[in-house]
Design a protein around this ligand. Structure first.
Ligand code: BGC
Length: 497
C-alpha cells in the first residue's frame, strides 16, 4: 500500500471539517528547541492512582465481576498516590519537571448527594488535595488540576441502572458539575491557575455507550453516546464559567487567574481500505465526531446538534454565546491511530474501528497501539486551526520493558517540533503517566509510568528512560541525531499476571 496515503487523513470537503488535512506534508526537522517557560510534566488521575474511592460509577464498575481484566482494582496493588505524595513529588523533581497534572475526585470530596446539595465537603479530602497543591508550590512545580477524569459520583451515574439515562445524559449532571467546579475554583484557586474541566470528553462516552467496557456499560447505543457528549459540552462550558467566576487569584502573576480547557483526546483515523470510498467517508465522520465536534463547540460556539457535519439543522447554532470561547488553551491528548471500516447501520459514525494496524510495519506498545508520531504532528496542526495555544496534556505508552519509552518520547517531541514549524503554538508537553497506575478496563497490567512502584511498600523507582527524558528537558532541546542513536523499538511485552 502506498505509504503516503496513510500519512495523512483522507479529506472530504464539508463546512465543519478542519482544513489541516489538506496542508502540505511537512519536512522533518533536525531537532527542536524549547523556550525556558515551556511546561514539562507528567500526569495522573485520581481514580487511577488513589485507593478508597468508593462512591463513583467506576467504583461500582470495578466491583462488578468480569468488567476489569484479572479482576484488578486500584485498591489492591495500585500506586496509592495519596499515601505517597512526597514520593511522587520527588519523582517529578527528579525527572526535572515543572508541571504536574492530577485530578481531584468529585465523589471523594462529596461522597453523597446530601453532602453535595448541602455543600458539606469531606474535609480530609479537601485537605489532602490542598496539601498536594502546597507541596507543588514549594517545589516550584505548576499544578494543572483536572476536575473530571472519567469518573462521576454514583449519585449521578449508576451503572446498575443503565436502562435509564445516567451521568452526562442527565441535564442535572452538567449543572451540578458547574457548581462543583465553582466550589473547587474557590477552594483551590489560590494555588492553581491551570485547570482541565473534563478529560477526554469523547472517550468515556465511547467506552460507556459504544464499546460498553466503561460504565454505564451499554453497547452501540449511539444516540445515548451523543446525548452524553452534548451533556459534557454543557458541563465543560458551565465549569469554565464557574471557574472564571470563582477563582480570582492569579498565582503566577501573569495576569490570568484561570487558564482552563478540556483535555481533548485526538487521534488520526484512516480508512481501513483507502480505495473504498465508504471507508474513507466513515473515517472522516469519525474524525469529525472525535476530534472536531467538541472543539468546534467550545471554541467557536458552533453547535452541530444532529452531528451531520453541517450547521443547517433545526437545532444547530452558529457562534452560540452559551458555548463559544469556553477554553483558554487547548489541552490535547494523543496516543495513536485507528483504522475505520464502513458500517452503514451504525448511526452517526457510519463505521467502526477495526483491530487492524497501519500497514507500515510499525512498532507497537504493550497494548498493541501503533507507535505513530506522524499522527501527533497531524493532530497538533489540526488543533492549531482554532487559534489557541496548545498544551499537550497526555502522550505516552504502555511499555513494561521500558525499552521503547525514550525513543517514543523523542520521536513525539520531534513531531511536536514539526507541528510548531507548521504553526502550532505548543506551550507544554505532559507525559502520561508519572507512575504506573490503574488503566481502567485493562486493570493494573499496562505500565504507562515513567516510574514503577513496589506494590508492597509503594516505593517509586525511576525507569531508565527518565534519564534521557530529563536530559532533553534540561537541555531544552532534542535533536534527531540523539533520537536516531537510541536503540530500535523492540516487540511489546505481554502482561503475564
Ligand atoms: C486517559 C488516561 C489513560 C490513558 C492511557 C487516556 O485516554 O486520559 O486516563 O490512562 O489515556 O490509556
Amino acid at each position: 500500500m502506498d505509504r503516503l496515503r496513510y500519512g495523512f487523513i483522507a479529506c472530504v470537503s464539508t463546512a465543519l471539517v478542519a482544513s489541516a488535512c489538506s496542508s502540505p506534508a511537512s519536512t522533518s526537522v533536525d531537532g527542536v528547541t524549547f523556550p525556558k517557560e515551556f511546561f514539562w510534566g507528567s500526569a495522573s488521575a485520581s481514580f487511577q492512582i488513589e485507593k478508597g474511592n468508593t462512591n463513583s460509577d467506576w467504583s461500582a464498575w470495578v466491583a462488578t465481576a468480569g468488567k476489569i481484566k484479572h479482576g484488578d482494582s486500584p485498591d489492591r496493588g495500585g500506586p496509592d498516590g495519596l499515601a505517597h505524595i512526597d514520593d511522587d513529588l520527588r519523582a517529578l523533581t527528579d525527572a526535572g519537571q515543572n508541571m504536574y497534572r492530577f485530578s481531584v475526585e468529585w465523589s471523594r470530596i462529596y461522597p453523597t448527594k446530601a453532602a453535595f446539595d448541602a455543600d458539606t465537603p469531606d474535609v480530609e479530602a479537601l485537605a489532602v488535595y490542598k496539601q498536594i497543591l502546597e507541596k507543588l508550590k514549594a517545589a516550584h512545580i505548576t499544578p494543572m488540576v483536572t476536575l473530571q477524569h472519567f469518573t462521576l459520583p454514583i449519585y449521578f451515574s449508576d451503572p446498575s441502572k443503565n436502562s435509564e439515562p445516567q451521568g452526562w445524559e442527565k441535564p442535572e449532571t452538567a449543572a451540578a458539575f458547574g457548581v462543583f467546579c465553582g466550589r473547587m475554583g474557590k477552594e483551590f484557586g489560590g494555588l492553581a491557575d491551570y485547570w482541565t474541566t473534563v478529560n477526554e470528553p469523547t472517550v468515556a462516552p465511547l467506552g460507556g455507550y459504544v464499546s460498553g467496557d466503561f460504565p454505564p456499560g451499554i453497547v452501540l447505543a449511539v444516540d445515548r453516546f451523543f446525548t452524553a457528549i452534548k451533556g459534557q459540552a454543557r458541563g465543560a462550558a458551565a465549569c469554565y464559567d464557574a471557574l472564571h467566576r470563582s477563582d480570582t487569584i492569579d498565582v503566577d502573576g501573569d495576569g490570568k487567574a484561570v487558564l482552563a480547557s478540556v483535555a481533548a483526546h485526538q487521534r488520526t483515523f484512516h480508512p481501513s481500505d483507502p480505495e473504498n470510498e465508504n471507508d474513507v467517508a466513515s473515517a472522516e465522520r469519525v474524525r469529525y465526531l472525535s476530534n472536531l465536534w467538541f472543539l468546534n463547540t467550545l471554541t467557536r460556539g458552533d453547535w452541530d446538534d444532529d452531528g451531520d457535519m453541517l450547521l443547517t439543522g433545526p437545532n444547530d447554532k452558529v457562534a452560540d454565546p452559551a458555548m463559544k470561547g469556553r477554553v483558554d488553551y487547548i489541552g490535547l491528548n494523543y496516543y495513536s491511530d485507528t483504522l475505520i471500516q464502513f458500517q452503514g447501520s451504525v448511526p452517526l459514525f457510519k463505521g467502526l474501528p477495526t483491530r487492524d494496524h497501519l500497514p507500515t510495519g510499525r512498532a507497537r506498545t504493550d497494548l498493541a497501539w501503533d507507535i505513530y508520531p506522524e499522527g501527533f504532528e497531524t493532530v497538533l496542526v489540526e488543533a492549531a486551526q482554532y487559534g489557541y495555544p496548545i498544551i499537550v496534556t497526555e502522550n505516552g505508552l504502555a511499555d513494561a520493558s521500558d525499552k521503547n519509552r525514550a525513543r517514543f518520547i523523542g520521536e513525539h517531541l520531534l513531531a511536536l517540533g514539526r507541528a510548531q514549524k507548521r504553526g502550532a503554538d505548543v506551550r507544554g508537553y505532559i507525559h502520561w503517566a508519572l507512575t504506573d497506575n490503574f488503566e481502567w478496563a485493562e486493570g493494573l497490567c499496562p505500565k504507562f509510568g515513567l516510574y514503577s512502584y513496589d506494590a508492597a511498600t509503594g516505593a517509586r523507582q525511576a525507569r531508565g528512560s527518565v534519564a534521557t527524558f530529563r536530559s532533553w528537558i534540561q537541555a531544552g532541546a532534542v535533536t534527531k541525531a540523539e533520537v536516531d542513536a537510541l536503540a530500535p523499538y523492540v516487540a511489546p511485552v505481554e502482561c503475564t499476571k
